[in-house]
Design a protein. Structure first.
Length: 468
């Protein structure tokens, strides 16, 4: 492996500054240090709070102590004085003074996903969208892994990116003929100048406007997944989603699609009765039956249609698609069944950090609903959410910073139970729930007013429900 790195190494002597010393930054630092680059890791937290990151690089620090430097507690502009490249972790916005200064000085920007796409020998699939990325990425990975297990196949399938391990940490194990499936967020895409060979956009609805400023900037970031493809590459878009389909003109190679109905002019997947079908423009291939799908909700049906279109595009056969779906009940914190208590089923959808995601969750159920909503608002519109709540939700329980904004959107005449935090919200739900109800945590806001991330919020919810 060392010989392989040496023969293709463009990093020797390069001076790279990485902003953010969490999992993405540490994985990229390891990759670069092994290639004899000089790395400065800068983080807003003090060094004593970064012990896990320091330990993760301890072995390389001993081997090359002069090539790894830590700058903690801020991002001083002096970091740029000797920098050849500035790499941003996903949480670092472009309006940071150091990023603006790097652009002024002409120092290029990059990140671990960009460098992975530049370095990997594997075929690459990138999946983005406002919702459904993790479920679809996981499904494509499962389908491709099922195909890779078939006799005579030497392909290895790698799944990561915005979920799981940063793929840059695995790139040295990859070989030509392998397949890498990566989830890509707008935060990663907004500075990238490399596209995956297969690029899918699931949907495009308002999200992260607190970061991007407006819908146009957010959409432009998502569109970059297609912008650097070649004529030999494949773009896959949701033809039922106006935002995603508006990007069709950016496709430089083959354009595939997915949607509920067949579009004769656009090859891709669709639903014909109970069959999920791929239409290649001349003939149909039945891939699986709707009964094979165990996931709730129309949004999850769209995720499966997308996963099948993506898998088909890289040669995954229909039996492997069915095998990948077999037993798949979804990803944690995404309409995750927790338990039955009080005669009601309790579901954790903590991933819903935007109103659009909460809308999809509400529509997944026909039962009477007790909805827990709130968290921190991302400067997103709540009007459509409020209209659906008034039609479908029997008890609305609000918590966190966004409670007042949600209550105002729902109207003064709509009763809502106000709570300070998630624990109080669960207790309130337990008081009003009736047998046959569904209790749904689908906040519509981020978790940062009370928790580290949506996973911590979801785990807290599950723990509170199990304690009832």
């Amino acid at each position: 492996m060392a010989e392989q790195i040496a023969s293709t190494n463009r990093w020797i002597g390069r001076r790279v500054v990485i902003l953010g010393a969490a999992r993405q930054g540490v994985a990229l630092a390891r990759f670069l240090l092994r290639r004899q680059a000089s790395v400065t890791l800068s983080d807003l937290h003090p060094l004593q709070e970064l012990e896990a990151s320091v330990q993760a690089l301890a072995d390389l620090s001993k081997v090359a102590p002069t090539r790894l430097k830590w700058v903690c507690g801020g991002h001083p502009l002096s970091l740029l004085d000797d920098a050849d490249l500035l790499c941003l972790s996903g949480g670092v916005p472009l309006d940071q003074p150091i990023v603006k200064e790097a652009l002024r000085r002409g120092i290029p920007l990059s990140n671990d996903s960009q460098i992975f796409l530049e370095e990997t020998p594997a075929q690459t699939i990138g999946i983005t969208g406002s919702a459904g990325k993790t479920t679809t990425t996981t499904l494509v990975g499962r389908m491709a892994q099922a195909a890779a297990r078939e006799p005579g196949r030497a392909t290895q399938v790698w799944v990561g990116g915005n979920i799981g391990l940063p793929l840059i940490s695995l790139v040295d194990q990859m070989k030509p003929g392998d397949l890498a499936v990566m989830e890509l967020s707008s935060f990663q895409l907004e500075i990238m100048s490399r596209s995956p060979q297969v690029a899918a956009v699931l949907n495009l609805t308002p999200n992260h406007l607190d970061r991007h400023g407006n819908m146009q900037a957010y959409a432009a970031a998502k569109a970059r997944i297609l912008a650097f493809q070649s004529p030999q590459d494949i773009a896959i878009l949701n033809r039922d989603d106006a935002g995603a389909w508006s990007l069709a003109g950016l496709a430089r190679g083959t354009l595939l699609s997915f949607g509920l109905q067949r579009s004769p002019a656009h090859p891709g997947t669709y639903l014909r009765g109970d069959d999920l079908v791929f239409w290649d423009g001349a003939s149909e291939t039945v891939l699986l039956q709707r009964q094979d799908i165990r996931l709730r909700g129309a949004h999850n049906l769209a995720n499966v249609l997308a996963a099948c279109a993506i898998a088909y595009s890289v040669g995954v056969p229909a039996p492997a698609m069915r095998a990948g779906l077999d037993g798949f009940m979804g990803v944690a914190h995404r309409l995750e069944y927790v338990r039955t208590w009080g005669g009601a089923d309790w579901y954790n959808d903590s991933i819903a950090t935007a109103p659009e995601r909460a809308i999809a969750a509400i529509r997944a159920f026909d039962e009477p609903l007790v909805l827990l909503a709130g968290g921190r608002d991302k400067n997103l519109p709540w009007e459509e959410f409020a209209r659906l709540v008034r039609q479908r939700v029997d008890h609305l329980i609000l918590f966190g910073e966004a409670a007042d904004k949600i209550a105002k959107a729902c109207g003064d005449d709509y009763p809502a139970i106000r709570c300070q935090n998630l624990e109080q919200a669960v207790q309130a739900a337990a008081r009003v729930v009736q047998p046959g109800d569904v209790v749904l945590l689908s906040p519509g806001g981020t978790s940062f007013d009370e928790f580290r991330d949506f996973e911590e919020r979801g785990e807290c919810f599950k723990r509170l429900v199990m304690q009832l």
